[in-house]
Design a protein around this ligand. Sequence first.
Ligand code: OGA
Ligand code: MN
Length: 282
Amino acid sequence: MSIQVSPVTPILAAEVSGVDLSSALDDATFNAINDALVKHSVIVFHDQDLSPEALIDFSRRFGPLMEHVLKEALLEGYPEIYRLSNVKKDGKPQGRSNAGQYWHSDLTYEPNPSMGSVLYGIEVPDVGGDTLFASTAHAFETLSAPMQDMLQGLSAEHLFAHAFRGGANPAARKGDPLAERPEVQHPVVRTHPESGRQCLFINDGFTVKINEVTPVESIALMAFLNAHMTKPEVVYRHKWRPGDVVVWDNRALVHRGVGDYSGEQHRHMHRTTIEDTATAHH
Ligand code: OGA
Ligand code: MN
């Protein structure tokens, strides 16, 4: 197989063509895909057709898979697959509807956060329901040297329930049963184990505070960093087509959903989450 990688913006995202992800990929092809992911942080494949098994097999090439804390959203028989869906069965959505409507990186509230996620769009709205991505490596690299130096030694608290208890976008964060995961601590700046780039590692969704500064300083510093990371001119906006598979590097970006589509429009997706076995965790 010969794959082509075409960058979408100068900062992040690339389209990868010439590969059928449902087939068994040889090592050279998989390595080219992983290289594209490390270089561009988010890679897009069009026109794919993946059974649950095929999605799991492809995802496992990157590493062991993680099970999401929201059990009711998992696909029956396939706990590795987390469903994003507003399609109702017996009056209930078949997965999470409106997942991740705030800037975040997946599973940073876990002691060992994730390396990446694979999201497969099965049914998507005609318009709306895009996903936004912003590079936390580019964000760190575009800070001044004194600001970079100050951030190096800091740590932050992350908590799953934080995303659901009010904040920038309370409408998207109400009503979830979430005392289940205790808070965890992570460095504010992490070195990407494959690219060697330093990346900011805080996010609006799950990061409660920066530990070593005063509460008021933490609020101001996080507001500045979150705004800096997600400026419109650095964001890649993915407009979904049915059959798209998007793989993103949770070590090197933040992302969010946009719940701007009508409930009549179906949005039904399968996601896997890959464990990070390479970054040093504290
Ligand atoms: C996710 C996520 C956003 C979206 O699946 O991790 O944040 O647009 N999804 O569905
Ligand atoms: Mn997410």
